[in-house]
Design a protein around this ligand. Sequence first.
Ligand code: SAH
Length: 464
Amino acid sequence: MRHFPIFLDLRGRRVVLAGGGDAALAKLRLILKTEAQVTVFAENAAPEIVDWATEGKLRLVKRAFAPGDALCASLAYAASEDDAEDARVAALARADGALVNMVDNLDGSAFITPAIVDRDPVTVAIGTEGAAPVLARKIKADLEAALPPSLGLLARIGKGFRSAVEALPMGRKRRDFWQDYYFKAGPEALAKEGETGVRDALDNLLSDHLGKDARKGHVALVGAGPGDPELLTLKARKLLDEADVVIHDRLVAPEILELARREAVLVDVGKKGFGPSTRQEDIGALMVEHAQTGAQVVRLKSGDPGVYGRLDEELDVLDAHGIEWSIVPGITAANAAAAQLGQSLTKRGRNAAMRFLTGHDVNGFAEHDWRNLTKPGQVAAIYMGAKGARFIQGRMLMHGAAPDTPVTAVENASRADARIIESRLSTLPADIEAADPTGPVILMLGLAPRAAAAHLPALQEEFA
Ligand code: SAH
């Protein structure tokens, strides 16, 4: 991030602008939203600028920008649409100590003006560091549509009510109150009875909330999906947005944790492969401890919480302490890996059933019904299998599997850095070792990437 976004208090501060054409107009429309003292220097100013000067919204000086014109100015805009003139103005303004913006000149500017969604006092600023104005415009249009025009009014009325709301204890109770106001009681009252209705609604809402019992603690065991934030369920997003505490595994992608409520406490209880981890008892204790204080806890697990997620142990602990819980399923790694390969998990004529296997369990490398797995056309998703590739290969071959049975390892399925490692049983351990994956890997036994599968002569496709 080269440009750091801040909100500058321009009340009563001096802002100067050189230029009188379209570029000057565009900037002035934004600057005039503020309470700054604006002075425009232009020999020829557009009629709107002259009108604004007449109305007292700005001061118009009908001459070229001169040394000293930016003295005591917080900001100076060089907006004359003439590169040489803008460079001259910028140098003078810099010498006067102002922060300078040169229109359409990123490198000459000490600050840039973002695209703005204005719901004063709620202001959204969108910047792309000059890289993608089209993107900024699209985001602005989306936000304009998403944020009701009444939002600013609700915020202004709400601001005057903040001290009254201090009657509610800090934290969850106060947040619940504001949540109700902005997203329910406020807009409803405004629609029905206008501004005075909103003030009455605030009074009523406050007495409602003062009378309410403390909200009960709750733990949601939520699937975060395989990594792509867009593969989160709407429910998962909503819970993350409301969470007081998020207890997450290492595999949960940072982009997903970004979606947690800003004030939420994030606790990483992750473990890496066979490495050390937070003990299961400690994870249980952590959930219980937070839920007992009334917190809304999200226990965030990668993929689906019910697939190799030790879900039942956590539910047992919660039940033992009488804590309410719910489960929100997620997209498991096998789904994402199959999609990455362009393959389905079951296919008419190939496999009517598929298996989820783990490469290792509490006793080390896991044993399975190898004999059945070696039958042609079988499909299995092997979680935590990369380290056990040699073991799996040995067991499968020992039970008579064809050495050219396709096995595809998918690393970081659904993520931007996803990698497909195409292999056969005969070369699996060597292929994985050569690929040297660093992210999570799932082995798709019996599946080749779609394009490669089309050329597979034997085995897979003869059953298709
Ligand atoms: N509950 C998770 C699985 C947890 S076990 C789920 O439903 O997906 C952890 C294993 O899941 C990893 O060792 C790896 O085999 C697999 N895994 C999880 N996310 C993955 C991803 N994005 N790509 C490939 N494998 C993944």
